[in-house]
Structure formats: structure tokens, C-alpha cells
Design a protein around this ligand. Structure first.
Ligand code: NAP
Length: 404
């Protein structure tokens, strides 16, 4: 995935043969899954490049370990190192209930302006799925990460700020808001939309995906979600004029047959899209959407192919990328060497692709596929698969390496 700049002319970042890469091992089960992941990534790089390339891992602190050792859930040093190296991989982090930080994950995204949450969702044959044809699911979600309703711009019911906003809205618009309402602000910008959609289109072009679908609720929220749709089409027209066409143009000018190398840009209303991913998943490739829609659809898609335990993810900005497990810390299993490290391992494969080390990324994916097809899996999958051999977290890492 080398497509992370909104400017179509900019080059992907270059990595030396022996880069230093920061890692955050994470809270709860984080250290277990990180250990297994590191073993797999090192082995894949060694196998692919025979010692010519290798990663020099550098631990940086975040979460509970950082709070214990440095008195902060997200120390400045950690941000500085990631800023200077441009990349990191992280395990899950506990959302602190106190400590002056809403969520370390959200803070990391905001501090580094990681404006796209990228989630490729593809079925791994053998993983138990609630779908009849899960192999039809092969989508990549680009979810806007810095705007929309849950950036934290909200105020408790009956707080002075909420009262002020309610009074102001009533005075300016003559519309009533119940006085005991909590208030949140949903904001979405042309700038934020364009750079996200640009990243999605570049990805589609580079990976030869035939469509980018803008998913929005613009029929109701016209000036935020509706504007996302308008700005998305506008960006495609202005910046990717030669590479893209609309669904109307495809039907009316090309008889529904997509010309070689082009990407069709279309849009779907979010509620209809939830039906589409279930009923006609094979008709969709790249999806671009605002934050809240993206939150729901990413997890719904992950469930369709067997759950978050195997779903990789990345948060990407201009020049910075943080790859992460998509599930939480599963604290009750911490230190038991039990949980599934698949999500972080596959996020590591995304990281290798991003670095341009695609041979190593492909080995990791192949190892995971083969391990699952041999039914050597962790407890979460083993309990749903007939004839499975349950392996530990580190055991799964070893099986993956054995099956490169
Ligand atoms: P969770 O940690 O994802 O765990 C919920 C359940 O999902 C687990 O009990 C387990 O199910 C299953 N699970 C999660 N990870 C698994 C893995 N690697 N392998 C197999 N099964 C796995 O969700 P949570 O309990 O709601 O959240 C715990 C903490 O994580 C919270 O502090 C939350 O804020 C944080 N969190 C962090 C991130 C992140 O860092 N990106 C994301 C989400 C949540 P069974 O019990 O059925 O085995």
C-alpha cells in the first residue's frame, strides 16, 4: 500500500534496507501478540531478502506501560520518535478511565494527523464465517479519521457550554432543542474529504480496483455527509480526470463496460450500503467514507469474514503511518500466550507492503492462509472449526513461519 499522498504526483516514502522501526507492544494481551508478530515479520524479511534487509526494532512507550514508567499515557518522546521515523506498529491499548487523555489511540491519530483508517477486508479460506459466500468479500475501507461526530467536540447535558449552544441555536434559528440535551458537533471539511478520497483513488489505481464508492448519509445530513459526496466527486474530476469516470458516464458513454485502467467513482447512501455488503459484496472494492459510517462498516465487514481477531488495520497520514491490531486488549487473557495474533501479524504484512517490501508481506499472508487451511489455529477459531488443532499465540506465529 504505497498510496498515501493526496497529491497524485508525490512519491511514496523510501525506506533504507535496515530501517529503524518503532513498536508499541500494547496493553493486556499486547505483549503476547507483539512477540508472535515480531517473530513472523523478522522471519519473513529474512526469508525474502536473505539478510540484505532487516528491521531494527525500537520500543517506544504508550498506554499503561508508559504511564507506569514515564507518568504519561502518550509521552512526547514516543511521538517524536514516530514523527522522525515516519512509521510504527502497535498492539492494542487500554482506553484509560482517568489520566487526562480520552483515548491514546485517538490522541496518536490526532497528533500525527493520521487522517485515514485503512482496513482491508478479505476472507481467509477456512475461517468460520456467518456468510454463505464469504470469499466474495474483498474490500478496502478508507475511513476518515479526524472529523465527524466523534472527534470529542461534545458537552454534557446541562453544562454551561451545552446551555450556551442551545440558547444560541434557538435565538439564531428559532428551532427548539430540549434543555436537558447533551450536545455534540459534527464537522466535515472539503480539505479533509478531498485528501481522504484522493488516498482511496490512488490506492484503487495502484491496485487495479475498478471502483471507489463514496458512502454517506447525505440524503439527510446535507452539509456534512452530502458535502462529502459532492467534494469526493469534485476531487475525482479535478485531480484524477484522466483516470476516473462516474457511474452515469460508465452507463451512458461506455455502455456499462469499464475502459481498461479506469476507476469508476460512485456513491451509496450508508443504510443501503449495509445491505449491499451483505447481498452483493463482490460488486465493491474500495470504499471511502466519513468517520462514523466507516466505524460501523469496517467492523461489519470484519464480522462477515470471521471477526476482528484476523482483521488488519493501518492509520495513515502524509508521511506517517501506524499499523495496528484492530481488536482491543482482551485483558482477561493477558500473559496467557493464548489469543490470536492474526490481526497484528496481518497488519505487519500491510506495513511491509507500505515500505515497499512486498515480497515479505506476501510471505506473511501466505503463511497465515496456510496455517488456517491446515487448521492450526488459536482458541477463538479452534472452538468453531471441526478437527482444528489448537495452538498458543506464539505457537500460531511459529506455524505461520513454518508455512511461508
Ligand atoms: P477486546 O479487547 O477486543 O476483547 C473482547 C473479546 O474479543 C475478548 O474477550 C475475546 O473474546 C475477543 N478477542 C479480542 N482480541 C482477541 C484476539 N486477539 N484473539 C482472540 N479473541 C480476541 O474488547 P474490550 O474488552 O471491549 O476492550 C478491552 C480494552 O481494549 C478497552 O480498554 C478498550 O478501550 C481497548 N480497545 C483498544 C483498541 C485499540 O487499541 N485499537 C480497540 C478496541 C478496544 P472471548 O472472550 O470470546 O474469547
Amino acid at each position: 500500500m504505497n498510496t498515501h499522498h493526496p497529491d497524485p504526483k508525490s512519491d511514496p516514502p523510501k525506506f533504507p534496507d535496515t530501517p529503524e522501526i518503532p513498536y508499541i507492544e500494547g496493553d493486556g494481551t499486547g505483549p503476547d501478540i507483539w512477540k508472535a508478530t515480531r517473530h513472523v515479520l523478522d522471519a519473513a524479511v529474512e526469508r525474502a531478502y536473505g539478510g540484505k534487509r532487516y528491521i531494527r526494532w525500537k520500543e517506544v512507550l504508550a498506554g499503561e506501560k508508559a504511564f507506569k514508567e514515564a507518568g504519561s499515557f502518550l509521552p512526547d518522546d514516543t511521538l517524536e520518535v514516530i514523527r522522525s521515523l515516519g512509521i510504527a506498529i502497535k498492539g492494542p491499548l487500554t482506553t484509560p478511565v482517568s489520566g487526562g487523555i480520552r483515548s491514546v489511540n485517538v490522541a496518536l491519530r490526532q497528533e500525527l494527523d493520521l487522517y485515514a483508517c485503512v482496513r482491508p477486508v478479505q476472507y481467509i479460506p477456512g475461517v468460520p464465517s456467518p456468510m454463505r459466500f464469504p470469499e466474495k468479500v474483498n474490500m478496502v475501507v478508507f475511513r476518515e479519521n479526524t472529523e465527524d461526530v466523534y472527534t470529542g467536540l461534545e458537552w454534557a447535558a446541562e453544562s454551561p457550554f451545552a446551555r450556551k449552544i442551545i440558547d444560541w441555536v434557538e435565538a439564531e434559528t428559532k428551532r427548539k432543542i430540549r434543555s436537558d440535551s447533551g450536545i455534540g458537533i459534527k464537522h466535515m471539511s472539503r480539505f479533509g474529504t478531498r485528501r481522504l478520497v484522493a488516498m482511496a483513488i490512488r490506492y484503487a489505481l495502484e491496485h487495479k480496483c475498478s471502483s471507489v464508492t463514496l458512502v454517506h448519509k447525505g440524503n439527510i445530513m446535507k452539509f456534512t455527509e452530502g458535502a462529502f459526496r459532492i467534494w469526493g466527486y469534485e476531487l475525482a474530476r479535478e485531480v484524477f480526470f484522466e483516470d476516473t469516470l462516474t457511474e452515469d458516464a460508465l452507463l451512458n458513454e461506455y455502455g456499462g463496460i469499464l475502459p481498461e485502467g479506469k476507476v469508476v467513482i460512485r456513491d451509496r447512501i450508508a443504510d443501503a450500503m449495509f445491505q449491499q455488503i451483505l447481498l452483493r459484496p463482490d460488486e465493491y472494492g474500495v470504499l471511502a467514507m466519513p468517520n462514523l459510517n466507516g466505524d460501523y462498516i469496517s467492523d461489519a465487514l470484519a464480522a462477515m469474514v470471521g471477526g476482528l481477531g484476523m482483521a488488519p488495520g493501518a492509520n495513515i497520514g502524509d508521511g506517517y503511518a501506524v499499523f495496528e491490531a484492530t481488536h482491543g486488549t482482551a485483558p482477561k487473557y493477558a500473559g496467557l500466550d493464548k489469543v490470536n495474533p492474526g490481526s497484528l501479524i496481518l497488519s505487519g504484512a500491510l506495513m511491509l507492503d507500505y515500505m515497499g517490501w512486498t515480497e515479505a508481506g506476501a510471505l506473511v499472508r501466505r503463511g497465515v492462509r496456510r496455517a488456517v487451511s491446515k487448521k492450526h489455529v488459536t482458541y477463538d477459531l479452534a472452538r468453531q472449526m471441526e478437527g482444528a488443532v489448537e495452538v498458543s499465540c506464539s505457537g500460531f506465529g511459529r506455524v505461520v513461519v513454518d508455512h511461508f
